[in-house]
Design a protein around this ligand. Structure first.
Ligand SMILES: Nc1ncnc2c1ncn2[C@@H]1O[C@H](COP(=O)(O)OP(=O)(O)OP(=O)(O)O)[C@@H](O)[C@H]1O
Ligand SMILES: [Mg+2]
Length: 254
């Protein structure tokens, strides 16, 4: 039994002259929450697309749930679900119809039951029969995530799941992500919000200039920086301070 849901080795990807991923290496343990951090344009979505078989790498080995993304893309797809960076709900359909459509596409035997359960879990029961075009941003995002949970995949990709959400809706999504992990689902998420990684992730990796420049648990990342002493009171660095120190330092290196 393999205990890594994702293994990435020597991953490279360029868009013409733009070398987005130069040498990316990391592993994600089964049942854990892994957060990939990086500035705008650092290549987070590119990694998500390669791992979910939407895009082919130039070189390097990538296995997802034990399947090679290049030679077994169908097996990868059947074993994952994805909530992309941009909401994928059909606006013309109601929340309920969106979920039923996915349940049918996934050939589930009980689409109505699955839909009712997800609507309840995501607090969308009252809005279920309204068109998604009339939903708020937070409701759309919740519906989007609910759609990716139809069929219970062992591994879920969430590309910036809380971007644009208000604090309350963000906390709601965090709760859902934690519940998923508690039930054994592996979660790969990208985020711009360092607090989100601090709150949720078992392991955090920072992508910068084509490479993972640091990865580890929050405690491990904090150990990289000795606590600042201010009048004999120890202050632990926040992830934001760690991120800025590392990204800033690397830039000075050049
Ligand atoms: N199809 C494409 N063709 C050319 N360049 C692309 C393409 N897709 C992405 N890029 C470029 O590759 C780089 C990485 O993009 P990517 O979307 O992976 O970044 P990201 O880390 O997800 O950014 P964000 O935080 O803004 O979502 C960017 O410079 C982007 O402009
Ligand atoms: Mg992105």
């Amino acid at each position: 039994m393999q205990n890594n849901s994702i293994k990435v080795n020597g991953l490279q990807k360029s868009y013409r002259q733009l070398h987005v991923l130069r040498d990316v290496n990391f592993e994600v343990e089964q049942g854990s929450i892994f957060a990939l951090l990086g500035s705008n344009g650092s290549g987070k979505t590119t990694i998500v697309k390669i791992l979910t078989t939407l895009l082919k790498q130039d070189s390097g080995n990538v296995t997802v749930n034990g399947f090679d993304v290049l030679s077994k893309p169908d097996s990868v797809r059947q074993s994952i679900s994805l909530t992309g960076q941009f909401v994928a709900v059909d606006e013309i359909l109601t929340g309920r119809e969106n979920l039923i459509m996915i349940a049918r596409l996934r050939h589930l035997s009980n689409p109505h039951q699955v839909t009712d359960d997800l609507l309840k879990r995501f607090g969308l029961t009252d809005a279920a029969d309204r068109k998604a075009s009339a939903y708020s941003g937070g409701m759309r995002r919740r519906l989007d995530i609910a759609m990716s949970l139809v069929g219970k995949s062992p591994l879920i990709f969430l590309d910036e799941p809380t971007t644009g959400l208000d604090p309350e809706a963000r906390i709601e999504v965090w709760k859902i992500v934690r519940e998923l992990a508690d039930n054994g689902t592996t979660v790969f998420l990208t985020t711009q919000y360092l607090e989100e990684a601090e709150q949720l992730a078992d392991r955090i990796a920072i992508l910068h200039e084509g490479r993972i420049i640091v990865s580890g648990t929050l405690e491990e990342l904090k150990k990289l920086f000795p606590p600042a002493k201010v009048e004999y009171i120890e202050k632990q660095p926040t992830l934001e301070e760690i991120f800025l120190a590392i990204v800033g330092k690397k830039k000075e290196d050049k």
